[in-house]
Design a protein around this ligand. Sequence first.
Ligand code: MG
Length: 157
Amino acid sequence: MRIGQGLDVHALGAGDHVVLGGVRIAHTQGVIAHSDGDVAIHALCDAILGALALGDIGTHFPPDDARWRDADSRIFLRHCAQLMREQGYALGNADITIVCERPKVAPHAQAMREHLAADLGARANQIGIKATTSEKLGFTGRGEGIAAQAVVLLVSN
Ligand code: MG
């Protein structure tokens, strides 16, 4: 077994939606990012890459590469899943925490789990999606940014 953890943060700015866990959610702000700014998927990718000791998402998808402008982050996740399989591992489970005051995550959590499971060749019951506010403290509390943490356990095939 191998364990990995990931953390991602993006700033919020002008816009009308955010993408979290592969789900487009209408919102009064947008995410400032080179890709679609999906912090949940970016944290999950870094957890998988960390478990495999294969660097981080920036190594594999440099933010200065024009190919990844506004990219669907599920492309990144599917690439990480491919690396995972090549190294002889499958997902045991993943646990993701999204930190923001808004938008509300819970109504979208099941759709996120299904998207992420599909990309990882796993089942939705192997993926936990949790959300918390930071009690209006710090950059997430002020609505200046959104953050996510992920932990994965990979099991040898
Ligand atoms: Mg990111």
